[in-house]
Ligand binder design. Structure first.
Ligand code: SAH
Length: 492
């Protein structure tokens, strides 16, 4: 049977694709159906037909899957930020666990039974909503010329008016409304990407979950915000309720953040006069309050805390609660006693490094972005951590150079690379250094599986793999992995 664009077909969804789409077959023809949930029977409209497979979207759900739930957000199909919001959270977790497992088998070429013996159950979120501490909202006009803010519709720059994203903190809504009201009352125009005219481009809001501190930063196409005192007045006037969302007794207990009073402590502008897709401009000017917010992350085992200073341009993990779980897990895999020398590659602002430093003799961090290293050093300082040193550079250059010239040593190497995984030269040097343990934190299980194969073939034993859900409602999943050296200790 030949299919073509706009054909309507009834299809039973039997699998989930990498991007969260439903997969089903009609007479041997495979369809990837956007917004269909595994277990659904749907009437699908074909959007693109190839010879043996095609893409489609749900026209109508004929028989809903037992895993289908009512999406929280009315815009989830248009927005594209949450690919699997219509799937129950439990089924989302099972999907992520499978995704990691399948990649280890298919790409890593590990035996199924072996994978099942090393994989621990995925760590889910206690509350898979309102978990993001950062959001950037574009500002613009709708078709009727009404001033709006919200999110870009998937793969476009059309703004969907939505101030109440279910992944962000609930306080965002009132802040955004206050900014829109300020704009209207003071005739401040939204920026227009096409003409390059207008002032306000984006509204960045970041919230410290443990501290309750909120930062509002307006990205503007100009040097100055008109009537800025009116904005400050409006934002300062906002009083937020003490929220207490998670039911007492959930795993990990009630997060501190949920008992904390939230308040705006920093209002700033970011100057971005370029015609570009890059959101933030490099120059930041504080209009009121502090230049940064603080937040802290706990090491769950010890309740020890590490505090971070976050300015509008700083990198910081967007789901701090799951970060606590992920990094605490990585730390427990490292099994530090206080005697170890640890290298933390791709260290960012040093989140893991500073965790490690609390339990190791000495930590060295390597990161490519100079500003992140500045932040890492500053964070070490405010936490009184003196046994962490940081280097700017590529992991695949800094590590080999230090190893070849200085013969550096590591008991444990931790890596947390971006999606593309570790560079080959970096893996090669790690193998040559022969640390007792390698802890691999990954945000992409496909490149993780590829790299694990290299490390295992190079003399390491894969001991533990555990997925941690950092991004509920989306298809992304993070992992922590423990590898142990097979042979005896190297001579140093
Ligand atoms: N653990 C860090 C985040 C790691 S994200 C934290 O919590 O802060 C991956 C980091 O790798 C990013 O900060 C990115 O800038 C950095 N990076 C990317 N390529 C790199 C390379 N070749 N060498 C070193 N760092 C790199």
């Amino acid at each position: 049977m030949e299919y073509k664009k706009n054909d309507l077909v009834t299809v039973q969804i039997e699998d989930i694709g990498h991007d969260g789409e439903g997969i089903g077959k009609v007479e041997g023809y495979t369809l990837f159906v956007k917004d269909a949930v595994i277990g659904d029977c749907v009437l699908a409209k074909i959007t693109k037909a190839k010879k043996n497979y095609g893409y489609a979207r749900v026209e109508k759900v004929v028989t809903p899957s037992p895993f289908r739930v009512e999406p929280k957000c009315a815009f989830h199909r248009q927005c594209g930020g949450c690919q699997i919001q219509a799937m129950s959270y439990e089924r989302q977790l099972a999907f992520k666990q499978d995704k990691v497992r399948n990649n280890l088998i298919r790409i890593g070429k590990f035996e199924e039974d072996f994978v099942d013996s090393v994989m621990e159950p995925i760590v889910g979120m206690d509350e898979p909503w309102h978990y993001r501490n950062k959001a950037q909202f574009p500002v613009g006009y709708d078709k009727n010329g009404k001033l709006i803010t919200g999110f870009y519709a998937g793969r476009t720059h059309d703004i969907i008016a939505n101030t109440d994203c279910a992944l962000g903190v609930t306080e965002n809504k009132r802040i955004l409304e206050a900014v829109l009201a300020y704009m209207q009352e003071n005739n401040v125009k939204a920026y227009d990407e096409k003409t390059g005219k207008g002032l306000l481009r984006h509204i960045l809001i970041r919230t410290g979950f443990a501290s309750g501190e909120i930062m509002v930063c307006l990205v503007i196409n100009g040097k100055k915000l008109s009537a800025e005192e009116k904005l400050i007045e409006k934002l300062k006037g906002l009083v937020f309720e003490r929220s207490c969302k998670a039911p007492v007794g959930t795993v990990g207990g009630l997060a501190e953040s949920e008992m904390t009073e939230k308040k705006i402590v920093s209002i700033s502008i970011s100057i971005n006069t370029e015609q570009t897709n890059v959101i933030m401009g490099k120059e930041i000017r504080t209009l009121w309050g502090s230049d940064y917010i603080e937040d802290s992350i706990r090491i769950l085992e010890t309740e020890d805390k590490v505090t971070f200073r976050i300015s509008p341009l700083s990198f910081y993990q967007v789901n701090p609660r799951q970060t606590e779980k992920l990094y605490s897990l990585a730390l427990s895999y490292a099994e530090l006693t206080g005697e170890e020398t640890v290298w933390d590659l791709y260290c960012g602002i040093g989140t893991i490094s500073l965790f490690l430093a609390k339990k190791a003799k000495q930590v060295y961090g390597v990161e490519i972005i100079p500003q992140a290293i500045e932040d890492a050093k500053e964070n070490a300082r405010i936490n009184g951590i003196t046994n962490a040193e940081f280097y700017v550079g590529k992991a695949e250059e800094v590590l080999p150079e230090k190893y070849e010239k200085e013969g550096i040593y590591a008991d444990v190497i931790v890596v947390d690379p971006p999606r593309k995984g570790c560079d080959e030269k970096c893996l090669e040097t790690m193998l040559a250094m022969q640390p007792k343990k390698i802890v691999y934190v990954s945000c992409d299980s496909a490149t993780l599986a590829r790299d694990l194969r290299i490390l295992v073939d190079g003399g390491y034993e894969l001991k533990k793999v555990r997925a941690v859900d950092q991004f509920g409602q989306t298809v992304h999943v993070e992992c922590a992995v423990l590898l142990q050296r097979r042979g005896a200790a190297p001579a140093h």
